[in-house]
Write a protein that binds this ligand. Structure first.
Ligand code: ADP
Ligand code: ZN
Length: 610
């Protein structure tokens, strides 16, 4: 049974009608004093799982979070809701910290955000001893996992919370959730006996699309211009250089975009991040250093221009799209060179053999996702140990790819590789192999006399891009390997079976020109208002303009005032009184008091109406 108090807080403070899947059980458990390990996808609604218990239980909820740069925004958002929140981290001066500490000890805080490294200080431990602690929430709990991609040494100390404060419930939360990671989190944080809550990892509003990379810039531009005009989004690239290049390219083409990577100074990074959070419709081009903990709800697309290194990483990054539940796109373009580069990086990289094997396994899963002819979502869910039905909202469901018997093509590629293997000192990449198959007398072909090889010119049945697709898929299937020094393509143990005709090779057929707008689901969407009834659109725009002005005035991100989804509901429901406005999802008591009159005024203001 949900305590009536929790539901009351959800409605009164947050303005939401009902708990989402899983939230209610978690809240009840923690309110009752139980420990919990929560696995929920990005955007699933983890924050409420500790915020509501912190408000319902006596004392202050302590939230451990590595996201120092976002604490101010998180606290601002809570204060707008009327929650008494504060934070302690290294960005504050002594006086600011002193004030917050005094509030904590005086019992004047519902929630306190704390950087993990502060727990190393004896003074912090003493401070917490003097306070009345309602619970410990360990956010981004995968940071405790040594093999994960976000390991933070300070997180290891969190195992001590339990010993020091045995009676305070702990709730650890993460969106990274294979079985192995989960076991590691549980053991390191001593949460083996805690209740494990595993939510569905499906994000039905996100449309997953993966296409072969032909001309990454043009493909990206087409996506943004035809489907995401005026939308906020994130474009991920592997290198700093590529980040800079693509941000400039988008800007030149009339799409406002800013770069974000570790090579920029801290001030530029902070200001670009702040602009992304505060402004409507800005694009950030970034390395994966960007985005953790960014809870901007209206990110409409996440685009990857390079192949992510693991499905976990990919899922976490794409999960930043569409937290508000509105339709969003996760789009990835990847090509042969991506596979070559990553394989080289792993084989020639740092770390012991076991670590490299793990990385190779991660890459194989990622490639399997890219090359599948089945539903992407089903494959993703399977990866996280969950099952699903073909979703109807991914590229393979919308335009089912054909698979074809590529055994003969594979044999042709392999026969060239076998022959080149005899001249191993030279570097022969995919381009050279394809030239030989196509019978092209390139300078290199002539130099090495490769026009006299038996397979020279045997590949006229496919075009160059198609051969690149074949080579890429052979790499993905482990039927050829990459030599780590030069990137030369080599046979593998499995190649022999193919050459002998003992193994059939099936491949995904490359579309001539990848469908950028698969079927009906992604109609020309311009602004986020496009799916509103026509008469509501100007009202929605008016509300947005009011929100932008108010946000600017108060120095907070627009979504802290109201989400798009809330403005949309207001624009269609047209509440005539404060009571009616208070029934709209996302309008809590505090926001009603603060903004209610202004919203009603905006609704009735005639000047821009029709
Ligand atoms: P996570 O931390 O799991 O990525 P958040 O806690 O940031 O997700 O929640 C994602 C979004 O969903 C937020 O904008 C939040 O306000 C909204 N949300 C969470 N729970 C509910 C609910 N019960 N009803 C409506 N919106 C919700
Ligand atoms: Zn699908």
């Amino acid at each position: 049974m949900t305590s009536p108090e929790s539901l009351d807080v959800l409605r009164r403070v947050f303005g939401y009608d009902a708990f989402r899947d899983g939230q209610r059980e978690i809240v009840d458990h923690v309110v009752g004093g139980g420990d919990a390990l929560v696995l929920m996808p990005t955007g699933g609604g983890k924050s409420l799982c500790y915020q509501i218990p912190s408000l319902v239980r006596k004392g202050t909820g302590i939230v451990i979070s590595p996201l120092i740069a976002l604490m101010q925004d998180q606290v601002d958002a809570l204060r707008t809701l009327g929650v008494r929140a504060g934070f302690l981290n290294s960005t504050q001066d002594f006086e600011e910290r002193r004030v917050t500490e005094a509030q904590l000890v005086a019992g004047e805080l519902d929630l306190l955000y704390l950087a993990p490294e502060r727990l190393r200080l004896p003074a912090t431990v003493e401070l917490l001893d003097r306070a009345d602690v309602a619970l410990f929430a360990i956010d981004e709990a995968h940071c405790v996992s040594q093999w994960g991609h976000d390991f933070r040494p300070d997180y290891l100390m969190l195992s001590g919370l339990h010993e020091r404060w045995p009676d305070v419930p702990r709730i650890a939360l993460t969106a990274t959730a294979t079985d192995a990671t989960r076991r590691e989190i549980a053991s390191r944080l001593q949460l083996e006996d805690a209740h494990h809550f595993v939510a569905s990892f499906d994000r039905p509003n996100i449309q997953y699309r993966i296409e072969p990379k032909t001309d990454a810039k043009r493909q990206l531009l087409r996506l943004l211009q035809t489907e995401h005009k005026g939308d906020a989004g994130i474009v991920y690239c592997l290198s700093r250089n590529s980040v800079e290049k693509h941000a400039a390219f988008l800007t030149e083409n009339g799409i406002e975009a800013v770069p974000y990577h570790a090579g920029l100074d801290a001030e530029t990074r902070a200001s670009n991040q702040a602009r992304f959070l505060r402004e409507d419709g800005l694009v950030v081009v970034a390395t994966i250093a960007f985005g953790m903990g960014i809870d901007k709800p209206d990110v409409r697309f996440v685009a990857h221009l390079d192949l992510p290194k693991s499905v976990e990483g990919y899922y976490q990054e794409t999960g930043r799209a569409g937290r508000d539940g509105q339709p969003s796109t996760a789009w990835l373009a990847y090509g042969l060179q991506d596979v070559v580069n990553l394989r080289k990086m792993i084989d020639g990289g740092e770390g012991d053999p076991a670590f490299r094997r793990r990385q190779a396994a991660h890459l194989d899963s990622m490639l399997a996702l890219c090359e599948t002819v089945e539903c992407r979502r089903v494959q993703l869910l399977n990866y996280f140990g969950q099952s699903g039905e073909p979703c109807g909202n991914c590229d393979t469901c919308l335009t089912p790819p054909e698979s074809w018997d590529a055994t003969v093509a594979a044999q042709k590629v392999l026969s060239v590789i076998v022959r080149l293997d005899r001249e191993r000192r030279q570097k022969f990449g995919a381009g050279h192999i394809i030239d030989i198959l196509l019978g092209k007398k390139s300078a290199k072909v002539i130099q090495f006399d490769h026009d006299s090889l038996k397979p020279f010119g045997v590949g006229a049945e496919l075009r160059e891009t198609e051969w690149r697709g074949v080579v890429r898929q052979l790499l993905a299937q482990g039927l050829i390997a990459v030599e780590s020094n030069h990137g030369t393509l080599l046979q593998t143990d499995a190649s022999a079976d193919v050459l002998r005709g003992e193994r059939k090779v099936m491949m995904r057929r490359e579309p001539d020109r990848p469908a950028t707008k698969p079927a009906k689901a992604a109609k020309d969407r311009k602004a986020p208002a496009a799916d509103l009834p026509a008469e509501a659109q100007p009202i929605f725009e008016r509300l947005r303009a009011w929100r932008a002005a108010t946000a600017k005035e108060q120095g907070v991100p627009a979504y802290v005032i109201f989400h798009d989804a809330t403005l949309r509901e207001i624009a269609t429901a047209l509440p005539a009184s404060l009571t009616e406005l208070g029934r709209v999802n996302g309008v809590g008591e505090n926001k009603l008091a603060k903004y209610g009159e202004q919203v009603l005024e905006t609704l009735s203001s005639p000047e821009e109406g029709q």
